[in-house]
Design a protein around this ligand. Structure first.
Ligand SMILES: NC(=O)c1ccc[n+]([C@@H]2O[C@H](COP(=O)([O-])OP(=O)(O)OC[C@H]3O[C@@H](n4cnc5c(N)ncnc54)[C@H](OP(=O)(O)O)[C@@H]3O)[C@@H](O)[C@H]2O)c1
Length: 250
């Protein structure tokens, strides 16, 4: 049987949980040689069992440039190249009114969501094959004006902008760059937000607004992200694909 990603080397950051794990499993099922990255070794070990024993799992904080160097070196040693980068790892932070935000909050969210994606892609580029694909994870939060999400929303707006600039900058190498923007999805990240008493009302209100009438399963977001990375999306670059049950469309 042939898969859409037979023999392709695919890096998924945050591939040990939630959307990234679901995507890694789907890429692997379509024949990809998988690399996943995350900070917690235990989560990585558990993910390898689900994605496949041949998976290269690298413990790395993707907001650390030296960790990214190690990650890219490990990929170079194992595979010598990359075909697809899904820079997906990110953090939401605790919902916080704007007046209470600190410099540390700012640094944390922009490091986790913006610096991480910028330097993951920058450092992957020399290994990335011409004609390859980059998918980066934003969120409906950057257009919905969610109370308490000043930093998260702004950081995810930067991701949307990256795809516009990079799809132009990388065109000489035919590397496509697209954004996946999930709506509320059943993952540990979202469970943390739901558990926060400051966010309960806003979250409940948002969930009532979803035309699909429910939250997403991680596999539903992964399907859209994997599509963007696949040959089926060969003429698609610079877009933002909302997998949000319609929430950001109304
Ligand atoms: N769930 C939602 O409702 C939702 C909605 C919109 C957008 N998103 C976005 O989707 C992406 C994935 O989120 P998720 O919901 O799947 O969350 P999740 O289940 O909590 O998974 C996050 C993954 O990223 C890894 N990670 C986080 N920070 C990292 C860092 N600095 N370095 C390396 N790995 C890191 C985590 O592993 P370690 O903790 O072990 O590092 C974990 O594997 C995020 O960018 C998030 O903003 C999620």
């Amino acid at each position: 049987m042939t898969g859409k990603f037979d023999g392709k080397v695919v890096l998924v950051t945050g591939g040990s949980s939630g959307i990234g794990l679901a995507a890694a499993k789907r890429f692997a099922a379509e024949g990809a040689l998988m690399v996943i990255a995350g900070r917690r070794q235990e989560q990585l070990d558990a993910a390898v069992k689900e994605v496949g024993e041949g998976t290269l799992a690298v413990r790395a904080d993707v907001s650390s440039l030296s960790d990214l160097d190690v990650l890219i070196d490990r990929i170079r040693e194992r595979h010598g190249r990359l075909d697809i980068v899904f820079a997906n790892a990110g953090a939401a932070g605790a919902p916080t009114p704007m007046q209470q935000l600190t410099e540390a909050d700012y640094n944390e969210i922009f490091d986790q969501n913006v610096k991480s994606v910028l330097f993951t892609v920058q450092k992957a580029l020399p290994l990335l094959a011409d004609g390859g694909a980059v998918v980066i994870t934003s969120s409906i939060a950057h257009i919905k004006g969610i109370p308490g999400a000043t930093l998260y929303g702004a950081s995810k707006a930067a991701i949307r902008s990256f795809a516009r600039t990079w799809s132009n900058e990388f065109k000489g190498r035919r590397i496509r760059v697209n954004v996946i923007s999930p709506g509320p999805t059943k993952t540990p990240l979202h469970a943390d937000i739901e558990a926060n008493p400051n966010a309960a009302e806003a979250v409940a209100g948002m969930l009532r607004m979803i035309p699909a009438g429910r939250m997403a399963e991680p596999e539903e977001i992964a399907a859209a992200a994997v599509f963007l990375a696949s040959p089926d999306a060969s003429f698609i670059t610079g877009v933002e694909l909302y997998a949000d049950g319609g929430l950001a469309q109304i």
